[in-house]
Design a protein around this ligand. Structure first.
Ligand code: G4P
Length: 531
């Protein structure tokens, strides 16, 4: 096997997603501790965007600035190169998270045992399902009283629409949490509440009386029964099904107590996918192709006005990326070289000489990149699957300083490329509408326009329920729809048709009246059509 093949085989690029407070940061940190990427607990936590409910967006922006360092956290574990892509916990930045999910090969979903499946988790898993991303579920906080494991497994199947396959099962919970049985490795992991530590031992025969001594006869019998039920109700673990996104292994543990985390990591590195193929509009790109290709999935602006540079995060899709080498920026049709590309190792940035398919590199950018941009060795490729999501909040944006209209349109243009929000222009009157998924995005946009571009804007309310992209094979019907609904049509920044519906009823009626039209809730319909 070539060294390149070996490098691919040992790479695991993934994201951890969860509803805020389920324990994503804690789990990330424990994984980094195992990988030796950090030495003390708390290193990631201090970088975390606090869950402010107020509009303290400056604080959030500051913390977003700091969180550049934790955008990608790489470490080695048992000779695997693990790359964790961080996702903002704040729901107002959910779109950042959605885009990051386009750059990973798999996902770990954290669920709080007491709260069960929460809203944000449902949305994020829905995005993962769009591209059949393999998912592992980690049920957290077993040291607290919570839902019954079987009820929770049902809830995960129902709400997240995943076919689950428990690879561990808890023995008691809350005050009576005894540990977990690791079905994958046939090990018993015992929890000691006083030292909050884990004792792990091989335990292949659960019928051995030894088990009664270790966890009490009551819990031993319970465990035996539960394992029997698990084996009849749930399918056997099938790695192929997992890799195709058709089966999701479930683990139980307690991240803060470092319990069940090593079992999760050990299994994860073994079963999780190596770098996967990506779709370009022209063809499929395999990671083992010798030529380098990659796309930008995230742009991070430096909020320090003295350093106006931005960092573009590039997912390498194939081949090897080298420092100081000319690459082709497909959209601009121009050659670019990067003298200080970086990787991010939890707390420090490191210069990269070379990076392989599956890796993420940070490229310093002075305005060349938009989200979705492609770099290659010369081939004209355009990666698909970096969608815009139908926003949920809308406001008209107006110029509040007529002397600065140029700065305003430049600012809006660049910030939209960065993915801060989405812009639609109404067909009937040319008014510009900003769409976001969170209120904070409006404030960030206004603040940055003023501080980075010297432009002032104000917002005006608009009654809108959804903006969705419309297409049809039937040109006549599409033209008819556009004529009849002229006052509810807009263009997005790529000049694509967007239908602005004012209420769920209006959208539903349009869908019923025009069955020949497709109403898309992500702008990535090219990919959906291919699939
Ligand atoms: P998030 O990134 O998903 O938002 O969650 P985070 O890791 O910040 O965890 C949210 C809270 O849950 C934290 O408490 C954390 O300590 C706690 N937690 C995480 N894992 C477990 C667990 O296994 N058991 C229990 N009982 N708690 C857990 P906090 O009070 O918000 O913060 P802190 O003061 O503990 O840092």
């Amino acid at each position: 096997m070539s060294t390149f093949e070996q490098e691919l085989n040992r790479r695991r690029t993934f994201a951890i997603v969860a509803h805020p407070d389920a324990g994503k940061t804690t789990l990330t940190e424990k994984l980094l501790l195992f990988g030796g990427a950090i030495q003390v607990a708390g290193a990631v936590k201090s970088n975390k965007i606090k869950k402010t409910t107020t509009s303290d967006f400056m604080e959030i922006e500051k913390q977003r600035g700091i969180s550049v360092a934790t955008s990608v956290m790489g470490f080695e574990y048992n000779n695997y190169q693990v790359n964790i892509l961080d996702t903002p916990g704040h729901k107002d930045f959910a779109e950042d998270t959605y885009r990051t999910l386009t750059a990973v090969d798999s996902v770990i979903v954290v669920v709080d045992v007491a709260k069960g499946v929460e809203e944000q988790t449902e949305k994020l898993v829905e995005v993962c399902r769009m591209r059949d991303t393999p998912i592992i579920v980690f049920v957290n906080k077993l040291d607290r009283a919570g839902k019954d494991a079987f009820d929770l497994l049902d809830e995960i199947e129902l709400k997240l629409k995943l076919k689950v396959c428990p690879l561990s099962i808890n023995i008691g919970q809350g005050q009576e949490f005894k540990g977990v049985y690791d079905l994958y490795q046939q090990k018993l992991c015992l929890f000691s509440p006083n030292t909050k530590s884990e004792e792990v031992r091989e335990f292949k025969d659960i019928h051995s009386p030894e088990l009664d001594k270790l966890v009490t006869p009551f819990f031993a019998n319970n465990l035996r029964e539960e394992i029997e039920v698990l084996q009849t109700v749930y399918p056997q673990f099938d790695q192929q099904a997992y890799l195709q996104g058709k089966q999701s292994p479930v683990f139980f543990g307690s991240a803060v107590n470092n319990f069940g985390v090593k079992e999760l990591l050990d299994c994860f590195v073994q079963i999780a996918p190596r770098p996967q193929s990506f779709h370009a509009a022209q063809r499929e790109i395999r990671p083992d192709e010798s030529k380098f290709t990659g796309f930008v999935f995230k742009i991070h602006a430096n909020i320090d006005p003295k350093h106006r540079d931005r960092i573009a995060f590039l997912r390498i899709c194939s081949g090897t990326f080298h420092r100081n080498t000319n690459y082709h920026h497909v959209r601009l049709d121009k050659s670019l070289r990067f003298s200080n590309p970086t990787t991010f190792m939890a707390s420090k940035k490191e210069l990269v000489e070379e990076a392989f398919a599956g890796d993420i590199v940070g490229l310093y950018d002075s305005g060349n990149f938009k989200i979705g941009d492609t770099l290659t060795e010369g081939e004209k490729l355009q990666f698909v699957g970096i969608p815009s999501f139908s926003p949920e909040l809308f406001q008209y944006i107006e110029n509040a300083d007529p002397m600065k209209s140029k700065q305003l349109s430049k600012g809006i243009d660049q910030l939209m490329d960065e993915g801060v929000a989405q812009l639609f222009t109404r067909n009937n009157n040319g008014r510009k509408i900003v769409g976001t998924v969170g209120q904070l995005q409006f404030e960030v946009l206004q603040y940055r326009l003023e501080h980075e571009y010297g432009a002032k804007c104000r917002y005006e309310p608009i009654q809108l329920y959804k903006a969705c992209w419309i297409t049809s094979d039937n040109a006549d019907k599409l033209a008819d729809f556009k004529r009849k609904k002229a006052s509810f049509l807009a263009k997005d920044k790529h000049n694509q048709d967007v239908y602005l519906s004012e209420s769920p009823w209006m959208l539903q009626t349009a869908q019923t009246d025009y069955p020949e039209l497709q109403f898309h809730f992500t702008s990535d319909f090219n990919l959906n059509q291919e699939n």
